[in-house]
Design a protein around this ligand. Structure first.
Ligand SMILES: [Zn+2]
Length: 254
């Protein structure tokens, strides 16, 4: 699996769901589309009290506004809109992979995966192979993934099982993977391709830098050995946590 480290690096993991996937099943279930599910989650942003958020932000070194560009519900929506183009279940997707094996990593993602930002992954692999990355969601017109900001968040069957706050935090987490912070020079892409050819995933991952904010293997703890840790201060888990903590603090004051 030449791309395995990156492939499992763009996901959200929930400790409460360990082992839930052992009974198998598809990635989706009959019912609302991924877009419908997310629309309901995003709609709850709009019910937030912005004044509470501003107060929280002011009391916490403006951490919220530094991450999300402001301390209002609209800033959260803007954060997602800037980074996410589409939401899908895997079975709704048709990907023009051109033999790149873009779906191969999915099976290795394990039962812990709730969502992953497939757009960033598509863009990167297409850039490495020098091809065009296209996908279609539910038979809609093909979308070309021209940058990591054409985020395509794929939800698994575990996403609907979570409470709304966890789902919102995961959406913001996944959106962070659309940021190619610091850029990715073409010279690095050439080196990444060579590193992957030599099956040196560690070297390849190092060359990504902060582009995509991929996770690294956790050295210890309950996720030891899994690519479920941030290696930097403001990775995807941090972004999700800033939101979750703000909501928890807000709830506790009511
Ligand atoms: Zn992630």
């Amino acid at each position: 699996m030449r791309f395995s480290l990156w492939a499992v690096g763009l996901m959200a993991v929930a400790s409460g769901l360990s082992g839930c996937g052992k009974d198998g099943g598809g990635e989706n279930a009959p019912g609302p589309s991924a877009k419908d599910l997310v629309a309901a989650d995003v709609a709850t942003f709009k019910k937030m009290n912005d004044a509470d958020l501003v107060t929280y932000d002011g009391n916490n070194n403006h951490i919220f506004s530094k991450v999300f560009g402001g301390a209002s519900s609209q800033d959260l929506i803007n954060y997602l809109d800037l980074r996410v183009h589409d939401y899908a279940f895997k079975s709704d997707l048709s990907v023009s992979s051109r033999g790149l094996g873009l779906m191969d990593g999915w099976a290795d993602s394990g039962p812990h995966v709730i969502a992953l930002n497939y757009g960033a992954q598509l863009w990167l692999e297409a850039a490495i192979e020098g091809v065009q990355a296209l996908y279609s969601n539910r038979g809609a017109a093909p979308v070309e993934v021209t940058s990591t900001r054409v985020g395509l968040i794929v939800l698994t069957q575990y996403y609907p099982q979570l409470q709304s706050l966890a789902r919102q935090s995961i959406l913001l987490h996944e959106a962070r993977h659309s940021d190619c912070t610091g850029g990715l020079p073409k010279s690095n892409i050439v080196k990444i391709k060579e590193a992957l050819r030599q099956k040196d995933n560690e070297a390849a991952n190092a060359l990504f830098g902060r582009c995509g904010h991929a996770h690294v293997i956790c050295p210890s703890g309950i996720y030891s050995g899994m690519a479920a840790c941030d290696s930097e201060s403001w990775g995807a888990y941090a972004v999700g946590a800033v939101y979750a903590r703000a909501m928890a603090a807000n709830a506790s004051t009511k």
